[in-house]
Design a protein around this ligand. Structure first.
Ligand SMILES: [Zn+2]
Length: 405
């Protein structure tokens, strides 16, 4: 018979309503054993969204460009479903002229690139993108694992810092993000000051360290200059503020995703480590990110998504746990790519992450994953960034299919 209930029952405490365990960073349980994410969801139902929308309208009016010379706002986009939805809201609903800005982690999937360029074409917006070089991305991916326990420091820091740099340089004062940590993350709620700008948001919630902490004899500060946040003084002087749309309009991911698919041709795809195809579909490394979390904290993206669905009433808690068990522990195919670009062995990968366990996660079975998971024979499914595949394909055409010298 299949196992039921929480994957680590007896070891970890789980929310009594959804499937989130106590190893989720920043989560707290109330006297009923209900987690902060579930509580935030309840709060969300009682918020006066009409009045928040009014505040949003006023903000847009305040920041709308009056000189006729500049953009009204800036929208940081990845090409994910939120990007298309943000552009819809800004241009079609509020009639603003945004400048779109992308930090390119350089791990784009083909579907991700399609979604990004599709959005730019559909909404006719100007766009600036920063692509860090391959060598730097590979070096930071290796360093990141030991530093923060996932492979993605450069992305966490880049999405936070680069749009701010552009905003300061181009004098665009309003940055409009999509969802915030209030949305099912367990680390925030809706009571926080929604219009207060937090320069350190991304350092606090994902990157952990600013560039100086990542520099070493191979990675210089100059290599990471576009990963630097502007100083507090620069931000103050330029008057840049940032808001999250999800704090002003009722955020419903499932419905928004259906909407952007139907209306604008946004596409989903299979994402490793979950049964949902619409989150992080733009990144080849999503599976590695979540597998790392699973080793470190005993749960992965399957648990996150199942919990969101339990909260939304789409799954029972028991069904959620069943899905989480199935998804979280799967070895992602992208791990081979990660090991290749970092020169790490799988053993090193696992041990580095186990060493990052803290608090209750230290009680997780020390022998798991005990050894390398069985690898499916799937060279045709080899995971690598779309641009690398594209260039390799072109090189092959050139040599008529023969390997180049
Ligand atoms: Zn919960």
């Amino acid at each position: 018979m299949a196992e039921t209930g929480p994957p680590y029952s007896g070891i970890l405490k789980y929310c009594t309503r959804c499937c989130l365990p106590e190893t989720l960073e920043g989560v707290a349980f109330d006297e009923m054993g209900i987690c902060t994410a579930c509580r935030a969801q309840e709060e969300k139902m009682r918020i006066d969204w009409a009045s928040r929308e009014k505040t949003l309208r006023q903000l847009f009016e305040k920041y709308r460009d009056k000189t006729g010379q500049n953009y009204d706002c800036m929208v940081p986009i990845s090409g994910g479903k939120d990007s298309t939805f943000q552009l819809h809201v800004l241009t079609r609903v509020y009639g603003l002229k945004p400048l779109a800005v992308t930090f390119n982690h350089n791990w784009y999937t083909e579907t991700g690139l399609y979604n990004l360029y599709n959005a730019l074409e559909k909404f006719d917006v100007d766009h600036i993108m920063f692509t860090p070089n391959r060598r730097l991305v590979n070096q930071l991916a290796r360093k990141s694992l030991g530093a923060i326990g996932d492979a993605c420091w450069h992305c966490h820091m880049g999405v936070g810092a680069f749009p701010l740099q552009v905003a300061v340089k181009f004098g665009v004062r309003l940055l409009v993000w999509g969802d915030s940590v209030s949305e099912g993350d367990g680390r925030g709620d809706y009571r926080a000051q929604v219009t207060q700008y937090d320069r350190d948001y991304f350092v606090k919630y994902s990157a952990r360290f600013e560039p100086p902490a990542m520099a070493d004899d191979q990675i210089s500060l100059r290599d990471m200059s576009l990963f630097q946040l502007p100083s507090r003084e620069e931000i103050e002087r330029s008057g840049v503020v940032g808001i999250h749309l999800s704090n002003f309009i009722f955020w419903d991911e499932e419905r928004q995703m259906e909407f952007v698919k139907k209306t604008y041709g946004w596409r989903e795809d299979h994402v490793e480590g979950t049964y949902k195809g619409y989150k992080s579909v733009e990144c080849v490394m999503a599976g590695v990110h979540d597998y790392a979390k699973f080793i470190k904290r005993g749960f992965g993206r399957g648990t996150d998504h199942a919990s969101a669905d339990v909260r939304a009433g789409l799954l029972t808690r028991e069904e959620g746990f069943a899905l989480a068990r199935e998804e979280d522990s799967k070895r992602p195919a992208a791990l081979d790519y990660y090991l290749k670009i970092t020169g790490m062995t799988e053993r090193e990968f696992i041990e580095t992450l186990k060493a990052k366990r803290e608090g209750k996660a230290l009680d997780l079975p020390s022998d798991y994953p005990a050894r390398e998971a069985p690898r499916p024979a799937q060279t045709e499914l080899e995971v690598k960034p779309a641009i690398v595949k594209f260039l390799e394909g072109k090189a092959k055409e050139e040599t008529g299919g023969r390997p180049s010298a």
